[in-house]
Write a new protein. Structure first.
Length: 103
């Protein structure tokens, strides 16, 4: 899987928490659910910061402490999402998805 940039990951978090309402959706998009589960596995302070800023759509915290937690959370999430058991279908090329289904 392609390693997401911090900006791509931030945009996906806003998409999952704000646009998809992953926390309250009855049948959330699989990628939103993957992001949600990984955010819940973060340390509490980092998870709370990510959730707060992703819900509001504000991906550049101005408070230095929040910015440090946000940055650490994104770094941890990138590492978690790079693991073999964790994939996001949005970031995979269409050809890979189709060949995986055909196999």
């Amino acid at each position: 899987m392609k390693m997401l940039t911090r900006n791509e990951l931030a945009l996906m978090l806003v998409w999952a928490f704000r646009e998809q309402n992953v926390e309250s959706a009855s049948n959330p998009h699989v990628d939103a659910l993957t992001l949600y589960c990984n955010v819940m596995a973060l340390p509490v302070a980092e998870a709370a910061t990510v959730i707060s800023h992703a819900r509001s759509g504000n991906v550049s915290p101005s408070d230095p402490v929040a910015l440090a937690r946000w940055t650490r959370a994104l770094m941890l999430l990138r590492e978690m999402l790079a693991q073999p058991m964790c994939t996001l279908s949005i970031t995979e090329p269409e050809a890979m998805i189709q060949s995986g289904v055909a196999a």
